[in-house]
Design a protein. Structure first.
Length: 231
């Protein structure tokens, strides 16, 4: 019994190349229309089965990189304002001097108050280290928390006037010795101070210079230690 496929092979072998090309074109015209759709149901089923196998062989992605959690943007303003804390939950009758009195130990290095409302205020310290130290302190009439945990109004106040909320500067020690000397020299009179008073004033100025020198050295040592820890 002859097989149809074998007959086609024998017929194809007996044809010339030109006739073979024409027969292949005719067979494509029979199998597909002008739009490229398959007209042979058996061939269409075979193509569909093969496409199904190809689709099944494609592995589903294990990770969806487009649906991952979005990392929050760093708020640089909080780092720049880390010397500020929120003072809250104090009596509405409190005034600026009441808050300053509660943080009197920081006033020499530098401390200031910026009001938000009757029961919220911003505490401006001389440095982030001083602000962290104040967060560890306890006050019976008020509470303190970092700016990152502050109320919305306090955060808006800090961000809205960040340029003016610079670290509070240390108050310089003053002395009337220079002014007195200038006045006495201008008037051409003798100083009413005794020798002991002048010596005491000189010692006070010398102590102030020494404290300033030690503070500068401590800042330099702290900076060098910080730099060494980075390497």
């Amino acid at each position: 019994m002859a097989v149809r496929g074998d007959e086609n092979k024998e017929d194809a072998g007996s044809l010339s190349p030109g006739e073979t090309a024409e027969q292949e074109e005719d067979s494509w015209d029979v199998l597909f229309n002008d739009d490229g759709d398959c007209l042979d149901p058996h061939l269409l089923e075979e193509i569909s089965q093969k496409q199904g196998k190809v689709k099944k062989s494609i592995q589903e992605p294990q990770f969806n990189y487009y649906s991952g959690p979005v990392e929050p943007q760093l708020d640089l303003s909080e780092d720049e304002l880390s010397h500020i804390v929120e003072i809250y939950d104090f009596p509405a009758e409190f005034k600026t001097e009441d808050l300053l009195r509660s943080f009197h130990s920081y006033q020499q290095k530098g401390f200031d108050i910026q009001w938000v409302d009757d029961t919220h205020a911003l505490g401006l310290f001389s440095s982030p280290i001083a602000a962290k130290d104040a967060l560890r302190s306890r006050h019976p009439m008020m509470k303190v928390r970092p700016l990152s945990q502050a109320s919305s109004a306090s955060k808006a106040k800090a961000r809205g006037c960040s340029d003016s909320l610079l670290p509070a500067k240390e108050r310089p020690q003053t002395s009337a010795a220079l002014a007195r000397r200038l006045v006495i020299g201008a008037l051409g009179v003798r100083s009413p101070q005794s020798r002991e008073e002048r010596e005491a004033e000189k010692r006070k100025l010398q102590e102030a210079r020494e404290q300033k020198r030690l503070a500068a050295k401590q800042r330099e040592d702290a900076w060098e230690g910080k730099c060494k820890s980075l390497f």
